[in-house]
Design a protein around this ligand. Structure first.
Ligand SMILES: [Zn+2]
Length: 250
């Protein structure tokens, strides 16, 4: 199974000859270097072709998610949505729309808790499987990909997720659109400024439903991001295709 490792060290050498360093992210002021362990086919494909995958976290989130889906449909961009289970429970029609329009829906925990990496394996398993069940009840599919809320991980957490069959997928281009003060132009220029030849772009269609969190900044930025990527020669592909991974366990 392909696996992604988040490491605090600046690893540049390969892991088992198959690692590809795709970038770094800053989370809570800590620089994480991300090392993606990918299938050899990706390593071959990544060199000449510029590929980008759009990913959206923390939804579904009502009207903002609908607006984002409408933009993606108009621009014919397939994306990956990492869902909060509780949000999916509140907005099953949006999850169904995501699936029907060719996107993949994956697991981003039940409640976006900050302490997932320190939970016991049993408690973490319960959280992850609760979200998984909500998604499976709506879509008929068990997600195969997991994105840790806030990017927080621990060896214990990774071991539990691996046991559950998940592949962890982080990102290498994060324009911090979750900041309410980020303007559309700032978001666009940050995406373009962090671009890698194989880009996994982390955007947000939602947030914890307890927070009043307008998404007008990313909604305004999204068409410009898509057009900007294409103008730079990028092909927008779905995350599972980019990583050569199966999107669902069943
Ligand atoms: Zn999140």
């Amino acid at each position: 199974m392909a696996w992604l490792i988040a490491s605090r060290s600046c690893v540049t050498s390969s892991v088992s000859g198959r690692a590809r360093q795709l970038g770094s992210l800053t989370a809570k002021g800590v620089l994480f270097t991300l090392v993606f362990v990918l299938a050899p086919a990706l390593a071959q494909a990544a060199a000449p072709q510029k590929l980008a995958a759009l990913t959206f976290d923390d939804g579904p989130y009502g009207q903002p998610t609908n607006q984002i889906l409408t933009i993606l449909k108009a621009k014919q961009v397939p994306a990956a949505f990492f869902l909060i289970g509780n949000n999916a429970h509140q907005h099953p029609a949006l999850v169904a729309r995501e699936l029907a329009e060719g996107h993949i829906v994956e697991n981003h925990s039940l409640d976006h808790a900050k302490n997932l990496s320190s939970l016991t394996p049993a408690a973490l398993t319960k959280n992850i499987q609760s979200a998984e069940q909500i998604i499976a009840d709506i879509t008929g599919h068990k997600p195969a990909l997991f994105r840790p809320p806030y990017g927080y991980t621990s060896p214990k957490m990774l071991a539990t997720l691996r046991k559950l069959g998940y592949t962890i997928v982080m990102w290498n281009d994060a324009p911090r659109d979750y900041q309410q003060t980020a303007t559309p132009d700032q978001i666009v220029s940050q995406v373009m400024g962090e671009l890698k030849p194989t880009a996994i772009i982390d955007l947000h269609d939602g947030r914890d439903v307890k927070i009043n969190y307008p998404r007008q900044n990313i909604i305004a930025a999204l068409p410009k991001i898509i057009d900007g990527l294409r103008a730079r020669g990028y092909t927008l592909v779905r995350l599972d295709k980019l990583l050569k991974l199966k999107p669902y366990l069943s």
